[in-house]
Design a protein around this ligand. Structure first.
Ligand SMILES: Nc1ncnc2c1ncn2[C@@H]1O[C@H](COP(=O)(O)OP(=O)(O)O)[C@@H](O)[C@H]1O
Ligand SMILES: [Mg+2]
Length: 352
C-alpha cells in the first residue's frame, strides 16, 4: 500500500496564537479520513495547510510520498470542495466542470469526454447546459464535486461540503459521497463538526480539540473505545453517559451512591485500584430488569426508541430502550452491559 498523506509534527500559529499543536496523521491510498471536532478547533486550518492555502509553522506534509510542505497549492495534486461551492455563476454546469481543463488547454474533445463521464457518475448529465442559479442546493453540491472529481487528483479535500443543505438532502448526499468513494477508490480528507457524518463516512477518524489530536481510530474504535471523556462525550447522540462513581474492589461493585450499584466482573483489574472513577455507559447499554434501581425523571418516545432520563448518583443519565417498551415514572430495575462500560480517570479524563 502507498501512503496518500503523511503529516508529521505539524504546528500552525497565527501570530502568537498556536492553533494546531503537534499534529501527526497519515492515511493509505483509498482511505477516507474524517477530521471531526467542535467549531473553532482547527479543522479548516489543518485542511488549508494540507491544501497549501496556509503555511505551516513547523512540521512536514507529504502527498503520495512527495514532500509538498513548501509547494504551492496548484502543484500539490489535490482538489478541494468548499462549504460554499464557489461555482462560476455565468458559466454553465458543463463549463464549470471543465474550467480547470480549459485553462490548461486540454483539447475540447477530451474536455467534453471527461466532463460527460463525471456528470454521468454524479447523475447531473441532464443539467450540463444550465447555470448554477437554475439548480437546487443538492445539484450545486454535485457540480462542485464534479469539478473536483474531473481532475483525478491524488487527494480530495472536503470542508463541510454538506452543511448548507437541509437535513434530508444532507443524509442523501452523505450516502452519495460514500458510494462515490467506494466506486472510485479515491483518497479523501473530509472535515465536519457532525459526528454522525464522521461515523458513517470515515475509514479513519481524527478527533480534534483545541488544535490537539484527541484520538485517531476507526469509527468502531472511536465509538466503542474512546480514550478520553472528551471523545466519549463528543461522539454519539445522545452522548455516552459519564458518571462519577466509587469502587469496592472486594465485591467488584461500582457504586453511584444512594444504593445504586452495578457489579462488574474483574473490576479491580479494570480500574487499577482507584477508589473513585468516572464510568462511561452508552445509552443503548442499559436494559430493563436488573439490580440497578432507577426512577425515571422524563420519558421521551420517538417511535423507534424510548429515551429515559434518571439520576445515577448526582448525574442525570439517559438510557435508550426499545420504542415498544411500556414505561412509567415509577422506580424500576435496570441492568448494564458491563462488557461495554468504559472507565476514566477522575482527574485527567483519560481512559484507565
Ligand atoms: N487567518 C486567521 N487569523 C487568525 N486566527 C485564525 C485565522 N483563521 C482561523 N483562525 C482561528 O483559528 C482557530 C481555528 O479555526 P478553524 O480552523 O476555522 O476552526 P474549525 O474549522 O475547526 O471550525 C479559531 O480560533 C479561529 O479563530
Ligand atoms: Mg471550519
Amino acid at each position: 500500500m502507498t501512503t496518500a498523506l503523511s503529516i508529521k509534527s505539524l504546528f500552525k500559529s497565527y501570530g502568537s496564537v498556536e492553533i494546531l499543536k503537534d499534529i501527526s496523521v497519515s492515511i493509505e491510498k483509498g482511505e477516507f479520513l474524517v477530521l471531526v471536532g467542535p467549531s473553532g478547533c482547527g479543522k479548516s486550518t489543518l485542511l488549508n495547510c494540507i491544501a497549501g492555502l496556509e503555511d505551516v509553522t513547523a512540521g512536514t506534509i507529504e502527498i503520495n510520498g512527495r514532500d509538498v510542505t513548501q509547494i504551492p497549492p496548484k502543484d500539490r495534486d489535490i482538489a478541494m470542495v468548499f462549504q460554499s461551492y464557489a461555482l462560476y455563476p455565468t458559466m454553465s454546469v458543463g463549463e464549470n466542470i471543465g474550467f480547470g481543463m480549459r485553462i490548461r488547454h486540454v483539447p475540447q474533445t477530451e474536455i467534453n469526454q471527461r466532463t460527460g463521464d463525471v456528470a454521468r457518475l454524479l447523475q447531473i448529465d441532464h443539467l450540463l447546459d444550465r447555470r448554477p442559479s437554475q439548480l437546487s442546493g443538492g445539484q450545486r453540491q454535485r457540480v462542485a464535486m464534479g469539478r473536483a472529481l474531473v481532475r483525478d487528483p491524488a487527494l480530495f479535500l472536503f470542508d463541510e461540503p454538506l452543511s448548507n443543505l437541509d437535513a434530508k438532502l444532507r443524509v442523501e448526499m452523505r450516502g452519495e459521497i460514500k458510494k462515490l468513494h467506494e466506486t472510485t477508490g479515491t483518497s479523501i480528507v473530509y472535515v465536519t463538526h457532525d459526528q454522525i457524518e464522521a461515523m458513517t463516512l470515515a475509514t479513519k477518524i481524527v478527533v480534534l480539540k483545541d488544535g490537539i489530536v484527541q484520538q485517531v481510530g476507526t469509527p468502531d474504535e472511536i465509538y466503542n473505545s474512546p480514550q478520553t471523556t472528551f471523545v466519549a462525550d463528543f461522539m454519539g447522540s445522545p452522548p455516552m453517559n459519564l458518571i462519577a462513581a466509587s469502587t469496592d474492589p472486594d465485591s467488584s461493585a461500582v457504586k453511584f451512591g444512594n444504593d445504586q450499584v452495578v457489579h462488574v466482573p474483574g473490576l479491580a483489574d479494570k480500574v487499577s485500584a482507584r477508589s473513585s472513577i468516572i464510568v462511561g455507559i452508552r445509552p443503548e447499554d442499559f436494559s430493563i430488569g436488573g439490580e440497578l434501581k432507577v426512577t425515571p425523571i422524563s420519558l421521551e418516545h420517538t417511535g423507534s426508541d424510548n429515551f429515559v432520563s434518571f439520576k445515577l448518583g448526582e448525574t442525570v443519565a439517559t438510557a435508550r430502550l426499545s420504542g415498544r417498551a411500556h414505561l412509567s415514572h415509577s422506580e424500576m430495575g435496570f441492568s448494564v452491559d458491563t462488557s461495554h462500560m468504559c472507565f476514566f480517570d477522575t482527574q485527567t479524563g483519560d481512559r484507565i
